[in-house]
Design a protein around this ligand. Structure first.
Ligand code: SAH
Length: 383
């Protein structure tokens, strides 16, 4: 069964953080008076319907239609009085429209979604099936959505297609929640897992990220433990995330076993020494009690030697963590190479011998340009 375990609501009060002076200016798409309804809680929706002069129970109806029935316009909500529906026909719910859809033979589907200001964002639905089942939806194990947190990304990691395309803007919370509902509706199946591994750097968009996590958890019904937030690391932000005591998994894109190599791959690493990043991760484990996942892209001849594995292991000894190796998925702009299987396995063994927990992420959706690092909204010009 698809796991869904909304966590204890008592942990929520601190989820609405004070305005962060380091955040980019508020997203222009949502700065008008009409705040999109998606992403709002039952209490917020109830307050909104009451402001509109309607009885409180309409809040519950609205919540149900937004999150369960997939309403795209208030006019669809047949339980609402007709006159009110007509009055609110143009009120923004916050749903995107489908711009492009491409399916790979492994069942992975990539969506390009058009937002209210015409920007395009990518999201990927990744089904996984019970062992030995092949692509058989009656044997579904999980349905994971890889969501974007920004349009584009300012981090400019050298191996990442999104990073090559520059940064447009942060996504609002409703634009994150919409991605999950879109995948759920397209597959006709409940989403079981969410990974914040699409376009963008989630920790540059913390407020909207946290609001989206709350909504996905409480309104859509996906357990926090089924969500993974992936970051390349922004000084101070992992510590800040820890303060919210979420049950989500933190994944940190480490990608290198020493500072010099990391700077070569990740320009922003110059402002964030490896030691400082690891210290923040250690604090995170201590505060939350949750182990951290370290993502490590494998680039042939660059960071995939057994000596790199030993160097990595030395950093992680005694650290409650897990290494997830990501063999490089090719992008056009650079000519890094993915190591062959033998080399991948040698790296795995070298880590195992050092008692480091390790797994290899198998590429999904390569044929649809939907694998890690390949998201760039490449169809956006065909609008
Ligand atoms: N900004 C966040 C989330 C983005 S991408 C982060 O950096 O973690 C999610 C993962 O895909 C990251 O680990 C990222 O480094 C990795 N990735 C990016 N480009 C890739 C590529 N070409 N091949 C394999 N993994 C890649």
């Amino acid at each position: 069964m698809l796991a869904s375990s909304p966590a204890d609501p008592s942990i929520y009060p601190p989820i609405y953080p004070p305005a962060d002076p380091l955040q980019p200016p508020e997203n222009s798409a949502v700065s008008g008076v009409q705040i999109p309804l998606l992403g709002q809680s039952l209490a917020e929706l109830t307050a909104w319907v009451q402001q509109q002069g309607q009885p409180a129970y309409r809040g519950k109806q609205l919540h149900q239609w937004l999150y369960q029935q997939g309403a795209r316009s208030l006019t669809e909500i047949s339980v609402f009085p007709k006159a009110w529906r007509t009055e609110l026909a143009d009120y923004p719910i916050g749903r995107s429209s489908l711009h492009y859809r491409s399916a790979a033979s492994d069942g992975t589907v990539k969506f390009l979604l058009r937002l209210s200001d015409g920007q395009i964002v990518e999201t990927v639905g990744i089904p996984s099936f019970k062992a030995g089942a092949g692509v058989d939806f009656s044997q579904l194990d999980r349905l994971t959505v890889c969501v974007s947190s920004q349009v584009g990304c300012p981090m400019a990691c050298d191996f990442c297609a999104t990073g090559k395309g520059g940064f447009q803007r942060n996504l609002a919370a409703h634009e994150i929640v919409d991605q999950v509902l879109t995948v759920q509706e397209d597959f006709g199946l409940r989403v079981s897992n969410i990974v914040f591994m699409g376009m963008g750097e989630p920790l540059l968009n913390v407020d909207h990220l946290l609001t989206a996590v709350r909504s996905l958890n409480q309104d859509v019904g996906i357990g926090q433990r089924q969500m993974t937030i992936s970051t390349v690391g922004i000084p101070g932000r992992i510590r800040r995330l820890a303060e919210h005591r979420l049950q989500t998994t933190l994944a940190v894109s480490l990608h290198a076993s020493n500072q010099a190599l990391r700077e070569q791959l990740i320009p922003t690493a110059r402002q964030y020494p490896l030691e400082a990043l690891l210290a923040e991760c250690r604090d995170y484990v201590q505060v939350t009690g949750r182990r951290v996942t370290f993502e490590y892209i494998l680039l042939a001849g660059l960071n995939d030697c057994p000596t790199h594995a030993l160097e990595l292991a030395a950093h992680l000894r005694g650290f409650q963590s897990h290494v997830n190796l990501i063999p490089y998925n090719p992008i056009q702009e650079v000519d890094y190479k993915r190591p062959d299987e033998q080399r991948i396995q040698a790296f795995v063994q070298a880590l195992k011998q050092q008692n480091i927990a390790v797994s290899v992420r198998r590429s999904r959706g390569l044929a649809a340009d939907a694998a890690c690092g390949q998201l760039r909204a490449s169809r956006s010009s065909s609008r």
